[in-house]
Design a protein around this ligand. Structure first.
Ligand code: GTP
Ligand code: MG
Length: 456
């Protein structure tokens, strides 16, 4: 159902800035803008050519008050963000010019837009598909170059293209199978001459490849979870501060200084890292510290990688062994801290990578950064030319599609009647369609666009 009313919203973030932009979209956009605008030279908004700018004032016609000095851009359907008529008003970037102008627009007949409603219209009007609409928000949220590049690629239609290719293949398979339904005595032949089961398998591996990019997608969106762990006083918080290059966490020579988990965002070579400082792990009777230790252990479980900090100026401690035991199942890097002091640690045999650092002098930190970013790249499967950043919603749809493929494959191999194979192929096709919005429900749209900002 296409909505036909005209919506408006402030599209720039709240606060003060050079300019603030109000966007109006819908069939009445030009007419409504005209009602609150007085051009400096005798010109109407209605007469403006598409994609042209008028200079003038926003005026409250009831009181003749001049509300703001503005530039007004007229963009006519269909070559606009929403494929509807759009007017954008560049106001002064303060709270009042924007809120007063918005109020006038609402009075003139526009409706306040819901979060993401402009982008939702772009989708409903067929300018972009659902995966591209999601990419818009990924672009806005991107905090590193890698995240931004992945989101851009998705907006440009990279993921959508892959999904569409798979759907096209499924569609032609389905046509072949359904042709078989008309001629049950014939063997099912596909256009390429390959056996049906092989064709189905190939679509399945295409889906599998997309599913594999989920880890990469999670990392570019949420950051690579990196937990700093170790027994008390080895320099975990010092490491957090050194990596962040700021005095974020309290550092003292009292063991048990950090009580709570501290999470910060770090950009290493464009890779987003969510770095987590934890309370030193030890047995303690202090209730607060006990809770801290419990949280440290939970953080280890959730992390993509753990940095196990050891004080290399002291012999290996029973507490270190306990921590090493704790992280055994995890990918980890051993950080031998306090390299500015004489070394007295002797390490147990371990396959994990060891890096000597000194949080005091900064020695070894670059090597550690490099090791973290290499681990991310190895683990995230970014080796290919393109790495699609599949999100959780895409993953669920891909898994459903894969299950349809498996059933179809089973049916084809068991030489079941074509109706059954067709049913499963159709289910798989529909699941893939959810990703790009070839099939969608109001519920899906609500879930996606409710996370958007107002004005986008
Ligand atoms: N010489 C030297 N001292 C360090 C280094 N890094 C940390 N320290 C000292 O080690 C002590 C403990 O540092 P923290 O960073 O608070 O240690 P922590 O592991 O966070 O300790 P808890 O929060 O108690 O678990 C402080 O006195 C730091 O100044 C280093 O590279 N060299
Ligand atoms: Mg600490």
């Amino acid at each position: 159902m296409l909505e036909k009313d005209t919506i408006c919203a402030v599209s720039t973030p709240p606060g003060e800035g050079g300019i603030g932009i109000i966007r109006i979209s819908g069939p009445e956009a030009v007419v409504i803008a005209q009602k609150i605008f007085r051009a400096r030279i005798e010109k109407t908004v209605a007469g403006a050519a598409s994609h042209s700018i008028r200079y003038g004032h926003v005026v409250d016609l009831e009181t003749s008050d001049v509300v703001d000095e503005v530039l007004l851009t007229v963009m006519r359907a269909p070559a606009t963000y929403t494929k509807e008529d759009i007017v954008e008003i560049n106001c002064h970037g303060g709270t009042l010019p924007l809120s007063r102008t918005l109020k006038l627009l609402l009075r003139a007949g526009a409706r306040q837009a819901e979060p993401g409603e402009f982008t939702k219209r772009a989708f409903l009007n067929g300018r972009i598909d659902l995966a591209q609409a999601e990419a818009v928000m990924d672009i806005i949220h991107a905090r590193t170059e890698l995240s931004h590049r992945a989101a851009n690629e998705q907006l440009l239609g990279g993921l959508s293209g892959e999904v569409t290719d798979l759907r096209d293949r499924l569609l032609s398979l389905l046509a072949a199978v359904e042709a078989g339904i008309d001629f049950p005595e014939e063997d099912i032949e596909t256009g390429t001459g390959k056996p049906l089961s092989q064709e189905i398998e190939e679509v399945g591996s295409g889906i599998e490849r997309l599913l594999e990019s989920f880890t990469f997608g999670r990392i570019v969106r949420e950051g690579f979870g990196t937990a700093i762990v170790g027994r008390p006083n080895v320099g975990k918080s010092s490491l957090l501060n050194a990596l962040l290059r700021q005095d974020r966490a309290i550092v003292t020579d009292v063991p048990g200084t950090t009580r709570d988990v501290i999470e910060e965002f770090l950009n290493i070579d464009g890779v987003p890292i969510r770095i987590i400082d934890t309370a030193g792990i030890r047995e303690t009777h202090d209730m607060v510290e006990q809770e801290g230790v419990r949280r440290s252990i939970a953080a280890i479980e959730k992390a993509d990688i753990v940095l196990v900090v050891l004080d290399r100026s002291a012999p290996l401690h029973e507490g270190d062994r306990k921590v090493l035991e704790q992280v055994r199942a995890k990918r980890s890097i051993l950080v031998l801290n306090k390299a500015d002091l004489p070394r007295s640690i002797d390490l147990p045999d371990s396959d994990e990578r060891c890096i000597d650092v000194s949080c005091r002098t900064g020695e070894g930190l670059d090597e550690l950064r490099k090791a973290i970013s290499e681990t991310v790249r190895e683990g995230a499967g970014t080796a290919g030319e393109h790495a699609w950043a599949v999100n959780q919603r895409h993953r669920t749809a891909l898994e459903q599609a894969q299950s349809g493929i498996e059933k179809a494959l089973g049916a084809a191999r068991a030489q079941m009647s074509p109706e059954f194979i067709a049913l499963d192929l159709r289910a798989s096709l529909d699941s893939l369609g959810l990703i790009i919005g070839a099939t969608y429900t109001e519920d899906i749209l609500e879930r996606i666009f409710n996370d958007f900002c107002i004005g986008k």
